[in-house]
Ligand binder design. Structure first.
Ligand code: ATP
Ligand code: MG
Ligand code: ZN
Length: 234
């Protein structure tokens, strides 16, 4: 009985011929809009936790996107700006869906074709889907060990192996360095079956010649290879 009266105090006052009180002064809906009614104005406990988790998720994603160079950070599969920078629309669309069926995406093409822009768009989409990402220029991978402390693997290399999805940008641009980590990273990602995006100005044959058949195979076998042209395609 008590519960029923408390459930419907308006009816109770009405049945006694009294003006029902203004319940909005007593009961406050959660300001986050979940429908929870509370005795104090504000947000309910559940929504407070949800809001905090969402804030942490967005902050984490912002930090992850910072690994992408500023120039390419605004690139997304559906961003209008990339259509101005990447002429080969068909190649771009093909690249954007590549990782759903392939572990490796290789973006080839002449300077300015939009390889890095496309890699940025694909990587950002992966970050927004909740995956950890890293962007590493091949140049950095090649010199990181010789510039780092002896005996400890530099952070860039560890990130390149650990992150769920990475871009190695401009493979082939780096000099030949005996301590280069390029080959190790390609091998490590192949062994752990982790997705890899590579951009290169070299063609398929030159990739094999430069890095040896083992790396060439790990990069190209079963990969989605997109050769971006500098002409407009639809
Ligand atoms: N942030 C940007 N704003 C405007 N235009 C850009 C931006 N980034 C790149 N571009 C232009 O978009 C085109 C594609 O650039 P992108 O760097 O993706 O090419 P790329 O194939 O990686 O070239 P490279 O072989 O020199 O690395 C180029 O014409 C470039 O000048
Ligand atoms: Mg580039
Ligand atoms: Zn709530």
């Amino acid at each position: 009985m008590t519960a029923r009266i408390l459930d419907n105090p308006t009816a109770l006052f009405g049945s006694m011929g009294l003006t029902p009180p203004d319940l909005s002064l007593w009961i406050h809906p959660c300001t986050a809009g979940c429908g929870e009614q509370m005795q104090r104005p504000g947000i309910c406990g559940d929504c407070l936790v949800k809001e905090r988790l969402e804030k942490e998720r967005i902050e984490g994603m912002r930090k992850r996107l910072e690994t992408i160079p500023a120039q390419y950070r605004d690139a997304r599969p559906d961003a209008a700006c990339v259509r101005e920078r990447v002429y080969d629309a068909r190649g771009f669309d093909q690249a954007c869906t590549a990782l759903s069926r392939h572990r490796v995406l290789v973006l080839l093409g002449p300077p300015g074709a939009g390889k890095s822009t496309t890699a940025g768009a694909v990587l950002a989409a992966q970050a927004e889907a909740g995956r950890s990402i890293a962007w590493i220029p091949a140049l950095r991978l090649a010199v990181a060990r010789s510039e780092g402390r002896l005996g400890s693997e530099p952070d860039e290399i560890r990130a390149a192996i650990r992150a769920q999805v990475i871009v190695i940008d401009d493979l082939g641009q780096e000099g030949l360095n005996p301590t280069s980590a390029v080959v190790d990273v390609v091998h490590a990602r192949h062994d752990s079956q982790k997705p890899l995006i590579v951009t290169s100005g070299l063609d398929r044959r030159d990739l094999g010649t430069r890095y040896g058949g083992g790396v060439g195979r790990r990069l190209l076998e079963g990969a989605c290879v997109v050769e971006l042209t500098c002409r407009r395609s639809t």
